[in-house]
Design a protein around this ligand. Sequence first.
Ligand code: C2O
Ligand code: CU
Length: 719
Amino acid sequence: MFEAVLGVGTLIAPALFLAWWFAGYLAGRLAFRHTRGRLRLGARVLFAVLGLAGLLTAAELFLVGQLWSYGWLFAKDRVMLGMPLLVLPASAMLLLSVPRLWRLTRGAAGDRKAPQDAGSRSGASDPLLVVPVQATAVGAALFAYITWFPPGLPSPAPALTLWGVFAVTTAALWVRQRRRCWKMSQPEAPVVPRLGLRLLRTGAFALVICVGFAAWFTYSMQASALPDRFSMMAHENVDYGGGPEVGHGSGYPHGGMRAAHAHEHGHGDHTRHSGHGSSVNLTELTGPREGEPDRRFTLTAQETRIQLSSGKTVEAWTFDGKAPGPELRVRQGDLVEVMLVNEGIEDGVTLHWHGIDVPNAEDGVAGLTQDAVRPGERHTYRFRAEQAGTYWYHSHQVSSEQVRKGLFGAFIVEPREPKDVREITVLAHSWENGDDRVATIGASDTLERRAIAPGTPVRLRLINTDSYPATFSLAGVPFKVAAIDGTELNAPTDLTDTHLKLAAGGRYDVTFTMPGKPVRLGVPEGAGFAGENPDLGLLLSSDGKGDVPAPAGGPEFDPASYGEPGPTPFGRSSDFDREFQVVLDTRPGFYDGTFYMLWTINGEVFPDTPMRMVREGDLVKTTFVNRSFMDHPMHLHGHHVLVLSRNGEPVSGSPWWADTLNVAPGESYEVAFRADNPGIWMDHCHNLDHAAQGMTMHLGYEGVTTPFEVGEETGNRPE
Ligand code: C2O
Ligand code: CU
C-alpha cells in the first residue's frame, strides 16, 4: 500500500506541473485572441484545463495526507516545503483569476466575429488573472522537484532557496504581465509577434534550460567524486541529536571534509569544546592485549572456486578455502584471538564481528578502525566474547563484493552453561553464477537431509548473510523464536504456520523438540531470497528420509508482539540525552562520480550524511523512517539497540534487542541504546550495495579520533 501511494505520488507530481503549466500558457495567450468568439473559446478551454489541474492538485493533497498517515516524518517535507508553494498560489487563483476569467467570458458574449477591443484585451491580460495561474505552475514545478529529490529533514536553507525561487519567478512573471497589460490597453492593438518568432524564442529558452541542466549535471558528477584520501569523521554534517555539542576530536572545524583535506591529520590536542577533556585515538581502544587466549583461530583469505551441493561451481573468495568460512565457536567469557592472513585477495581484507560489541579497535572496518590487510599481510584481533548467541563475521573491506563472494562465516558464542541441544547453523546466502544468482543455505543449493532422533531439542541458528531479507518457514512442528540478533527473548511461545522474515545481516534462533515425523525448513514460494529454488532447505527426520512437508504459509512473525515484557534498563518514557531522526529515502543523484538512484539518509549520501555525536554514558534515541520502496536493514556497529516502537505502536512483547533492524517501506521505528562503547562506529544499511553507494553514516563519541583514512589513495574501501 505504501509503495502504491509513493508511486502514484511520484507520477502525479509531474502531471500536476504539466497541467498548471498548460493552464498558465493558455491564460497568457487570452489577450492575443483576435476575436471575441476566439476569446470565449480560449477562456472555456482554460476553464477546463484549470478544472483538471485542480483535480490533480486535490489528488496530490490527498496523497500527502495518505503519506502523513504513516507518520509525520513521511510527509513533513512535502507539507512544510511543498504545500505552501501549491496551496497559496492555487488559492490566489481561485480568488482572483477565476472571477476575472468569468467576467471576461461574459463580456465577450455577442458577435463572435467582432475583434477584441482595448478594454477586453486589457481585461484578458490583467496580471491578477494571469499571474496566479502561472505562479501555481511554478509552485507545482517546485513541488515536483521535492517529490523527486526529497530533501530528507526540511531545514531552513532548502526552504529559503525553494521559496526564494518561487518569489523571484513570480515577481518576474508579474512584471512581464504588467507591461503586457499596459501595451494591450492601448487603443492600437499591439502587433503580435509571428508564430515563427515565438517558436524561436521558446526554442532559445529551452536551449538555455538544456545547457544549464547539462552544466549542472557535469558539475554535480565531478563534485561528487570523493577525495583521494579523507577521514571518515570528516562529515560536513554533524548531528548532536539536540544534546550538547561535544568535541568531534578530529581537529577539523565542523565544516570538515574539504577543509580537512588540506590539513595534516588529526592530533589529540585539537579537541573542540574540550569541556569533557582529552581525546583518545581509537587504536588504543583494543580488547585485552595480554593473556593467553581461550580460543585461538587463524583465518586465511584466498580466491577459490567452490562447489555447491548441486554440483554447480561458483567463483568465490574464501576463508580457509571454504565459503562460507569455518564456523567459529567459543564459550561465553572466552578470550578469543583470531589471526587474519591474506593470501591473495588483491583489494585487501578485514574481519568485522557482526553483532558482537567488541572494543572499537577490534571492529575490523577498513579505513576507520584499521587499514585493510593487503596480500601477504596479517592482522590479529583479540576480544572477550561476553554475549552468548548467534553472530557472524565478514570482511569489511569492499564488503559489498567480498561478502557476496564468500568472505564470511558464522560466529557462535555458546552460553556459559552449555545446554544439551542439537544445533544447526543455517546461513542464507546467494551466489553469483553467470547472470544468475543461486540461493543457498551455506553452500547447499539442494534439500539437505539430516537424521535427528525424536525428542531431541533442536536449535536452528538462522543467519542472513545476503543483502536482501531472507524468508523462512518451518513445517511439521510448533517452534519458538528463542533469540533475535543473539539476544534471548523473554517467554517465547509456540508458533505454527508463521514465516520468518530475516533482515539482511540479522539472526533468529529457532527452537523446537524433534517430533516423530519429518520437519522441513524451507523458503515459502515467492519469498525473494530463494524464489527460484523451491527445493532449498533442510529436512530433519528420525532417519534422514521421509516425505517433505510443504513449506508452511501463514502470516509473518512479528517480533514486536511476541513473548512477554521483561525488565529493560530504559524504555519509551526514559529521559533521553539525545534524539536523532533518520529518514531513509531515494532520489536520483551522484555518488563518487557515478549517477545512481541513490539511497539516502536524511536526503544525503556519505560523506554528507550526518555524523551523529554522543558522549559516553548518553542515553540515545533514534527514529528511523523508511520513505523509499526498498527494505533497509540498518546495522549499528558496537551496540545493540532496544526497539521501543514500530509505526508508533509500542513494542508489547518481549524486550527486543537488535543490531540489524529491517526498516521496510512505510515503516517507522524508535530505538534506543546506551552509549557505553566509546569509539567511532559505522551505522549503515546492510544491503551492502546500498552502503557501497553511500547509505552509511557514523556514530562518534566525544573526543575519539581515528588515524585511518579512506579513499582511492589509501586502499581502504570499507563498503
Ligand atoms: Cu555486517 Cu558494517 O557490517
Ligand atoms: Cu538500504
